[in-house]
Design a protein around this ligand. Structure first.
Ligand code: COA
Length: 161
């Protein structure tokens, strides 16, 4: 089975990578799909997010990185895939995730959203938290791979120049 793992990935964290790793073992193929959303203020451009994800996922034969804009269900149809994966970190994620899953199902009935529970050690992680800790000079090495940390530091330094 082919699954889509959609998100903003601004930037990718160990929390996302854990979900992708576990999906790669359960499904034939995982398409990591980055939302190219011009209205959201992202730190990394879509090209930078693609590059980072491709780099940190290069060891997987069955994981592909792609981008999409517009509705997730339309993109899924184009890809010929009807199964979405979303990670659930805490109860607080549930309401939003449920809403998205129900809207998607209303739009296209054969779309299925499967939830994978995050590992406890990543339950508190989010891309915004990582960016905030990095901006204030905190250690983010346990949150993101080295290459992401390096690029994040470059961005922050660039922004302060
Ligand atoms: N580990 C760590 N952090 C995680 C995580 C995990 N397993 N899963 C999610 N997160 C974090 C992300 O880092 C992100 O953090 P941030 O808000 O600080 O940036 C946050 O949770 C949101 O996650 P993300 O998966 O990127 O969701 P999103 O809300 O940005 O995007 C889409 C979700 C892309 C699936 C959704 O917006 C979408 O489908 N958009 C297309 C338009 C559409 O079809 N709309 C109709 C459906 S409602």
């Amino acid at each position: 089975m082919v699954v889509i793992y959609p998100g903003s990935f601004d930037p990718v964290t160990y929390g996302h990578l854990d979900i992708i790793d576990r999906c790669s073992k359960k499904f034939d193929k995982v398409i990591v799909s980055i939302l190219n959303n011009t209205s959201k203020k992202n730190m990394f451009t879509i090209e930078e997010r693609v590059q980072l994800l491709e780099k940190v996922l290069e060891k997987y034969d069955n994981v592909e990185v792609d981008t999409f804009s517009g509705l997730l269900v339309d993109y899924a149809r184009q890809k010929g895939c009807s199964t979405m994966i979303r990670g659930l970190r805490a109860v607080s994620d549930f309401e939003y995730e449920m809403q998205m899953a129900l809207v998607n199902k209303k739009l296209v009935d054969d779309i299925e959203t499967l939830f994978m529970v995050s590992r406890g050690r990543y339950a508190y992680l989010s891309s915004s938290i990582v960016k905030e800790v990095a901006i204030f000079g905190g250690d983010i090495s346990c949150f993101v791979p080295e290459i992401v940390e390096k690029e994040l530091r470059k961005k922050i330094k660039g922004g302060n120049e």
